[in-house]
Design a protein around this ligand. Structure first.
Ligand SMILES: [Zn+2]
Length: 436
């Protein structure tokens, strides 16, 4: 099914701005995820940063991108890369990213294609488009300058997940820093982001107005819960995102409870193999390699049955929307010593959210009550309010653009910086002009 036909529904102004920097969010301005933003100036240079989709059911798509020759993908989460195959098929766009983001994107796109096919959702691109996109990458090391039209850009470490990048953009009028999804704290697998001085800072605000518990405390609480479940004879099912969270869980368990029998199933195992090809982008890559080898990787049906005798099963999908997690849950649900430990954000309408709110979840088409203990842990790899504010101050911009945030999140950040810098709260499909 065709989602948009190129050039028909784009609301992008046709002429470049007379001066200043124009930003037009196609998605991900006043919402979390679904990101895409066109940045341009009067040199005629035009760049798209990210082009994702929100993996809700049905998925949410950004607006149609206008013709653009260059796009930078900050990291390999589907809400940032999901629509890149459409882009490449429509405009032959070059995709820039780190090497790891390019490698992991292939796995994420294939999975998205498979899920949309099974669920019957429109995607806007097909396998042929995906093949074109696989040939459209131009990868860069952190710190390496590369030209985009009349500008030059370089990528910086964003924390968040290995390979995730912030983008520094040098234009004749301004230095722009696009944060992408970011965290200044180190996580088990990613070194945190450092500030970059700039004129315009585009800052993600997922956790604006909220604070995380100290990471060590939350990791300790998670490990204690796992040990409690195991000591009562149960299995801890840990649904985890394939790109980042699952690998963090392995690192934590390997470090704190190496005696446990931990099985690792699903798309995350393939993502981890791609990670291994870029060890320089992983915090203590040898440690990740050891944790991965220590876990028992599930690669077939008989492995999956063996995993039913494990202490811990780490698997996809992180929101219990499909994947091996549901297969395991269907078998583990009969024994109340077992527990479900949720380690990530559970979107509205997702299986995990329904489980928390109603105690029921659709398993293979049947709404099934689950009587197991359910616990949630905040192992987020986004900076919280205090991390975002100290990062922003250290970048000392004159203009701050807050995106990837809920209304409460961006209002909290707006209040924080009012009078200190010019704060912009963009909404999707309404271009803003800065510094004209
Ligand atoms: Zn992300």
């Amino acid at each position: 099914m065709v989602l948009y036909s190129a050039g028909r529904t784009s609301t992008q102004p046709t002429d470049p701005p007379p001066s200043g920097i124009r930003m037009n969010f196609l998605g991900g301005a006043n919402e979390v995820g679904n990101v895409g933003c066109i940045i341009e100036d009067n040199t005629g240079t035009r760049l798209l940063v990210d082009y994702g989709l929100a993996p809700t059911r049905p998925p949410k798509y950004p607006s149609e991108a206008p013709r653009v020759e260059e796009a930078i993908m900050t990291h390999a989460h589907i809400d940032h890369i999901g629509m890149a195959p459409w882009l490449v098929a429509a405009y032959d766009t070059t995709l820039h990213s780190t090497e790891m983001t390019a490698a992991v994107s292939e796995i994420m796109w294939k999975d998205t294609y498979k899920v949309s096919d099974i669920e019957g959702y429109p995607l806007g691109w097909d396998k042929r488009d995906m093949d074109l996109a696989l040939g459209a990458w131009n990868t860069h090391d952190f710190g390496e300058w590369f030209p985009i039209g009349q500008w030059r850009c370089r990528l910086h470490r964003a924390g968040h997940i290995p390979g995730a990048a912030m983008v520094e953009i040098e234009t004749p009028e301004a230095r722009i820093l696009w944060s992408g999804d970011m965290d200044t704290r180190d996580s088990p697998n990613a070194v945190g982001a450092s500030p970059v001085e700039c004129d315009i800072l585009c800052l993600e605000g997922t956790y604006g107005g909220r604070s995380h518990r100290p990471r060590e405390e939350e990791e300790a609480r998670f490990v204690a819960k796992v040990l409690e479940v195991v000591s009562r004879g149960g299995i801890a099912l840990v649904p985890s995102f394939a790109s980042g969270r699952g690998q963090d869980i392995l690192r934590i368990l390997h470090r704190e409870a190496p005696h446990l029998d931990v099985h690792y199933d699903g798309m995350g195992t393939r993502v981890t193999r791609e990670w291994m090809g870029c060890p320089e982008l992983i915090r203590d890559a040898d440690g990740m390699k050891r944790a991965f080898r220590w876990s028992k990787r599930v690669s077939g049906k008989s492995d999956r049955k063996k995993a039913l005798g494990a202490n811990v099963i780490v698997t996809t999908s992180g929101m219990l929307d499909g994947g091996p997690a549901l297969w395991y849950l269907n078998r583990l649900r009969h024994h109340t010593a077992n527990a479900i430990l949720l380690t990530g954000y559970q979107a509205e309408g997702s299986g995990g959210r329904r489980l928390i709110e109603d105690g029921k979840i659709p398993i293979f088409g049947r709404l099934t009550p689950i009587a197991l203990e359910i616990d949630k842990f905040d192992l987020s790899n986004h900076g919280d309010h205090s991390a975002l504010t100290s990062f922003a101050r250290a970048c000392s911009p004159t203009d701050l653009v807050i995106f990837h945030a809920t209304e409460e999140g961006r209002q909290a950040l707006h209040e924080e910086f009012a009078g200190e810098m010019r704060v912009h709260l963009p909404t999707n499909n309404t271009p803003i002009l800065i510094g004209s």
